[in-house]
Design a protein around this ligand. Structure first.
Ligand code: FES
Length: 121
């Protein structure tokens, strides 16, 4: 058995209210990560898949942000309600959920239109 098959990094960064970039976990409760942990346990994936707390993943404008390795699947605007389908479809079936994907053109792109939209706002 491999040590791990996947790591899910869940941004739990907290910034002060009104910060220009916002943050993924304004309440600082790591509720999204806890939802992943529970769902993984329910699916029997606990020993092979880790849901790790992450600091800022630099995709704040798309947050709450989650990245799943080893495939490097980036999901944005993730809610607790999305967690069961991320586990069942992406982790178990290997399916990418198009409605949650952060566009490739936005990743590591300081000129991402979403960033500029917020800076201009
Ligand atoms: S605060 Fe979550 S990606 Fe930056």
């Amino acid at each position: 058995m491999p040590a791990f098959t996947h790591h899910i990094f869940v941004c739990g960064n907290v910034r002060p209210p009104g910060h220009k970039r916002g943050c993924c976990d304004p309440e600082g409760k790591q509720a999204l990560r806890e939802a992943f942990k529970q769902e993984l346990k329910k699916a029997g994936l606990g020993p092979l898949v880790r849901a790790n707390h992450a600091g800022c993943l630099e995709q704040c404008e798309h947050g709450p942000t989650v990245v799943i390795y080893p495939r490097g699947v980036w999901y944005g605007r993730v809610t607790i309600a999305d967690v069961p389908q991320i586990v069942s479809k992406t982790l178990i079936q290997g399916e990418i959920l198009d409605d949650l994907v952060i566009p490739e053109s936005c990743l590591n792109n300081a000129t991402c239109p979403h960033r500029r939209a917020i800076k201009r706002g």
